[in-house]
Every structure is written in C-alpha cells, then in structure tokens.
Design a protein around this ligand. Structure first.
Ligand SMILES: [Zn+2]
Length: 129
C-alpha cells in the first residue's frame, strides 16, 4: 500500500506524537501522585465531618480527566507503534491513505474521516438521532 507521507512528514508527526506522549505521561503521573495526597487529606477531613460530598465530586472530575488522558495516551502509543511497523498513515478500518491534513490535525488518528464518522454514528448514544 503506497502512502502519501514523505519521510519529513513522518518525522514531524512522530516528534509531535512523542512530545504529546511525554507531556501526557508526566501529567498523569503528577495527577496520580496528587490523588494519593488528596485521598489522605480527605480521610483526615472525614474524621471531622467536613464537606466530604463536595470533595468527592471534585475527585470524580479528576478521575474522569485522567481517564480521558489515559485513552489519549493509548491512542498515541498505538500511533507510535504503527510508525514502527510501517502502518502509520493508513486507515485501520479500510486501509486507505489518511490525508496529511487530517494527520496534522490529529497525529494519532487511526481511521480515515469516513470510517471515523461511521464508527461515531454507530455509537449507541447517537442511534436515536
Ligand atoms: Zn477508512
């Protein structure tokens, strides 16, 4: 399968993937470390009957953010793996070349716009539309 990506395109996208990957990894690690301290503080506060429900809600949001970042990190890992094995830049679903403009907007994209759209329309929450 031919690819429209030049070596320079590939290297530029790989640098962006690695930079984002490193930043996300550092951020997630910082959040996990912070969560441990917050957890301890919450236990102390609970003994005093403080505003635990609000603190619990804040923590839920932190967890949700970390989940999103973990999902993105997995996508970045997968993209870097595809760079290694030579499949980067082709749609994982239909095998067509993913346009450079799409990869520049979203370097970790694994699907062409058509397959991405089909997958999103197939999601349960969109089925009633
Ligand atoms: Zn496709």
């Amino acid at each position: 399968m031919s690819t429209p990506l030049t070596q320079a395109d590939r290297e530029q996208l790989e640098r962006r993937l690695r930079a984002r990957h490193d930043a996300l990894t550092a951020h997630i690690q910082a959040q996990l470390a912070g969560r441990t301290r917050a957890e301890h503080a919450r236990e102390v506060l609970l003994q005093d009957g403080d505003d635990a429900p609000q603190r619990s809600a804040d923590r839920e949001i932190d967890l949700a953010m970390t989940d999103l970042e973990t999902v993105e990190l997995a996508a970045l890992d997968a993209a870097l793996q595809r760079l290694d094995d030579g499949h980067y830049g082709t749609c994982a679903e239909c095998g067509t070349d993913i346009p450079l403009a799409r990869l520049q907007a979203e370097p970790q994209a694994a699907l062409c716009v058509g397959c991405q759209g089909a997958r999103e329309r197939g999601r349960p929450h969109a089925a009633s539309l």
